[in-house]
Design a protein around this ligand. Structure first.
Ligand code: MG
Length: 215
């Protein structure tokens, strides 16, 4: 696992698309719902997502993710995009049954291999800018999710400004911006791919856990 620099935190936004909030049986939040994924969950393109034993359903969540380029605190919305340096696809793999069972999501979102990321692309290389970005998720080649930044409940500048009123963003930190409708379960033998058209993909096989010590 080589991610440079390793993030001090992976910040994720929950329910940032109306159609996904509704498919989860909830109303859109009145303010951003944020949670953290463990940096130890990071996984590169091509490496296997490992489904742990006995956790029940494990879902894919294709997302547009950004890397923070500079230290940031109390940043106004008008300057918020200047905090970001790179964009890449991210799969917010989630143990859904555990997420429903636990009021804190550290376990459901934090298993090793539950955060596949694609190769970071500098924002300055985007020909159409940030606002037109889209995300697609495919399982075994079949399109399962489609979303676009223009569908966000909370815009990217709003999210960054809001987050920097909570905590200091550090270079290398990752912001995952939420998943559109269409989430679904993964099974061993599947291959899941999250694509940001014009940016790149992260594609990972799915395997069952095999513990060397048998425990
Ligand atoms: Mg998510």
């Amino acid at each position: 696992m080589t991610i440079e620099p390793m993030p001090s935190k992976i910040l994720c936004v929950g329910k940032n698309y109306l159609d996904h909030a509704r498919e989860m049986g909830s109303e859109p939040p009145e303010e951003p719902l944020v949670f953290l994924k463990a940096p130890s969950a990071l996984l590169l393109d091509g490496a296997p997502i490992v489904i742990p034993e006995g956790v029940g359903r494990v879902d894919f969540e294709g997302e547009i993710a950004f890397q923070v380029g500079r230290k940031a605190r109390f940043v106004p919305e008008s300057e918020a995009l200047s905090v970001l340096s790179h964009v890449f696809p991210l799969n917010d793999v989630t143990a859904r049954d555990l997420q429903r069972k636990d009021s804190q999501w550290a376990r459901a979102k934090g298993f090793d291999t539950f955060c596949p990321v694609g190769r970071p692309i500098p924002l300055k290389d985007l020909s159409k800018g940030v606002e037109g970005l889209k995300v697609e998720t495919r399982v075994n080649g079949e399109l399962r999710q489609e979303g676009a930044m223009k569908q966000f409940i909370f815009s990217l500048p709003f999210l960054i400004s809001w987050l920097t009123r909570v905590m200091t963003l550090q270079p290398g930190d990752i912001l995952a911006t939420g998943t559109p409708a269409g989430v679904g379960p993964l099974a061993p033998g599947d291959e899941v791919e999250v694509t940001i058209p014009g940016v790149g993909s992260v594609r990972n096989p799915v395997v069952a856990e095999s513990r060397p010590d048998g425990r």
